[in-house]
Write a protein that binds this ligand. Structure first.
Ligand code: SAH
Length: 213
């Protein structure tokens, strides 16, 4: 399978039918070939709207969930964005087409290394990927205009709330890791934080500390 004209059309059709209507988000989803981020036996299923296994026992999210989270994040060209949970790097690649600069972190060094290889091979030069525990935030680069968390925690991590600029938006799944979680949108205002529930989702847990590989 390749991301040819027909595969692209079908992919975009599915996204629209799931509620992705933002033209900038659809354009970014059309530009990034998900096939570059899925390795091994699942590679030929890269254009299906389903999560797939990647290295280190993690998953690449379902394309429609990536697109809906990106849409909710409302990214603009001048924004500095933090993603927690690089995984395959696919979500970061989508964000890189919409933002000025993307910082992405994962607790598995191997995933960061492999994602960097794909960013380099596909010419995505505005992404910086680090191996780090993202639940502690990324103080050296804070504050961020937008934060996207691709792993579930019971509550929004305090350091991430603190690193969100006033007027900034964070999108993240919250809830127990073994149950259906809720995707929420947090907006930082001058007075505090507004919370909005978006939809039920299922993500791997946000774990503290570094992974073994
Ligand atoms: N956005 C990814 C999918 C991420 S899956 C993609 O597009 O492919 C969730 C990822 O979060 C996993 O790779 C997992 O290792 C990572 N993760 C979990 N807890 C973390 C933490 N505290 N800091 C950084 N990454 C974390």
């Amino acid at each position: 399978m390749s991301f040819d004209a027909e595969a692209r059309m079908q992919f975009l059709y599915t996204l629209r039918s799931r509620g992705v209507l933002d033209a900038r988000v659809l354009a970014a989803m059309e530009k990034v070939d998900r096939g570059n981020f899925v390795r091994g036996i699942f590679a030929d299923r890269a254009y299906e709207d389903m999560p797939l296994p990647i290295a280190c026992g993690q998953t690449i999210s379902q394309p429609s969930v990536v697109a809906l989270m990106t849409q909710a994040l409302d990214v603009h060209p001048r924004h500095k964005v933090l993603e927690v949970g690089t995984g395959s790097g696919y979500q970061a690649a989508i964000l890189s087409h919409l933002a000025r600069r993307v910082y992405t972190v994962d607790r598995h060094r191997r995933l960061v290394r492999e994602a960097r290889e794909v960013f380099e091979a596909t010419g995505l030069t505005n992404i910086t990927a680090f191996a780090a525990d993202g639940s502690r935030g990324l103080p050296d680069q804070a504050p961020f205009d937008r934060i996207l968390v691709a792993a579930a925690s019971e509550d929004p991590p305090g350091p991430l709330l603190a690193e969100l600029r006033v007027g900034g938006i964070m999108v993240l799944p919250v809830g127990q890791s073994d149950a259906v979680q809720t995707l929420i949108k947090v907006t930082r205002t001058a007075e505090g934080y507004d919370y909005e529930e978006l939809r039920p989702v299922r993500f791997v847990p946000l774990l503290e500390g570094m992974g073994r590989d």
